[in-house]
Design a protein around this ligand. Sequence first.
Ligand code: ADP
Length: 498
Amino acid sequence: MSLVKEKDLLCQQFLAKPKKLLIDGKWVEPETGKTFDTLNPATGEVLAKVSEGGKADVDKAVKAARKAFEQGPWRNKMSAAERARCLYKLADLVEQKADELAQLETLDNGKPIKESRYFDVPAVAETLRYYAGWATKLEGETINVNNSFFTYTLREPVGVVGQIIPWNFPMLMAAWKLGPALACGNTVILKPAEQTPLSALYLGELTLEAGFPEGVVNIVTGLGPNSAGEFLANHMDVDKVAFTGEDKTGREIVKASLGNLKRVSLELGGKAPNIVFADADIDAAVKGAITGIFFNQGQVCCAGSRLFLEKSVHDQFMTKLTERVGKMRQGPGLDENTQIGPQVSKEQQERVLNYVGIAQKEGAKLVCGGAAPKGDLEKGYYVKPTIFEGVNNDMRIAQEEVFGPVLAVIPFTSVEEVAEQANKTTFGLSGAVWTRDIKKAHKLAAHIKAGTIWVNCFNVLNTAVPFGGYKMSGYGRELGKHSIELYTNIKSVWVNLD
Ligand code: ADP
C-alpha cells in the first residue's frame, strides 16, 4: 500500500502548531477559551485542536474587517492592480505548497489524495488567478439621459462580507468565496466548516505572506448554531453573507440576515437527474454515472443521485455499472490507489446508512454496497459505494439529499415521462442528459429547472462558467463574471449640467 507514513507528512509541522483565529492580521486566541477537535475520517483520530470562535471573536473580526474596509489601505491607497497582485501571489503560494496542502485536505476531509492534488489544489490556484484578473476589469457605465445631466454608474464593493463554507471541498469553497470578494475590494470574515477547518487556516497563513493588509482577510473557526456561524450570519455590521451548505441551514442564514437585511447568496443542495437514453454512448454514460455519484464520496451538491435509465438499455447498463463499481478501490485518502475514501464524519456515515435503511423499507432493491466495510477500514467513516434499483421518483431516496455514495436508479420509457420526473424535485442545482440526438438534448437542457445542465458529460466545472441553483438549491451565481455581481453594489451618479 502506497500510504504516506504519518511522520513523513509534509503538513506535520503545520498540524503541530496551535490553531488560532486570524483577526486583524494576527493569530489570536479565541475569547471563548474553547477548542474543538477536527478528526481524521479515515481513522477517527484527532488531527488537531481548533479554536472555537464565539460572539466576542466574531465581533472583533467584524470590527477589524470594517476598519480595513473604511480606513485601511485596501480601498484607500491600493490600486486595483495592487489588489490583484495579492491574489496572484496567493495563487503562487498555493502552488508552491501544493503537495502539503493536498495532504492536509485529504487528512481533514478524507478525499483521495489524487483528487486533492490534481483537482482541489490546482482549482484553488486557478480560481484565485481568474478573480485576480477581474480586479482590474471592473467597470461602471455612462448613460445618455439628456443634455442636462451627466449620468454614470460606479461599481463598488459591498463592504464587510461573511463567508460560511462547507466541508466537502474545504479549500476550493474558500477560494470560490475569497477570490471574487477580494477582487472586488471587499473585506472578509471566513468561517470554515468545523469538520474541515485546517486548509482554510493554512490559506490564512498564506494570505499574510501574500501581502493582504491587516483586517482584509479574517478567519474565524467555530461551529454553526449559537456559535461563530450564526453570530456572523446575524451580525448587524456585516453587509453580505455568502453561504454554501445544506438547504436547512440556508433557511437559518436567511432568517439571521433579517436584522439588517444584509445581502445573502446561497448555494445549497441538489438531487440531480442524470438521464440516459438508449441512443447514448453507453460506456461513456456508465463512466459519467460513476463520476456523477461517487466523486468525493458522493458529498457533492451537484451529484447525479437520480439515475434515470431508458428501459431498453436498463439491464445492459446495470451490468456494466455494477461491474465497474465492484472494482472501485476504497481506502484511506492518503493511499495513492484509493478511488473512494471515507465520509467526512461519523455523523455523515450514519446519515448515509440511515438512508440505506429508508430506501430498503420503501421497497428499493439494493444492488451493491449499503453498509460500512469491515476489517481494516472499520475505524474510519466509510460507506461502500451503494446502488439501488427499482426506485420510484416519489421515494425519499429519490427526493431527499443523501450527500453520500448512494445512487437511486429509476427506469423510464418515454421522453415526456422522464422530462416530468426530472423536474419533480424541490432542488434545481444540476442535471445531465446522455443521448446522441441533439434535438432531445437541447430540448431537455431547456426544460430541466436547474442551474447547470451537462450533455454527455457530468461534474464538469470551470472557473469562468457560472454555477448555482434554481428552486431550493439557492440563489445567486458563483464563478464567472456572475460572482462579481454578488460582491458589488451599483451606484448611479447624476451630475446636473444646467
Ligand atoms: P452539514 O449539516 O452538512 O454539516 P451545514 O449546512 O450545517 O452542513 O454546514 C455548512 C456550514 O454552515 C458550516 O460552516 C457550519 O458551521 C455552518 N452552519 C451550520 N449551522 C449554521 C447556522 N445556524 N448559522 C450559520 N452557520 C451555520
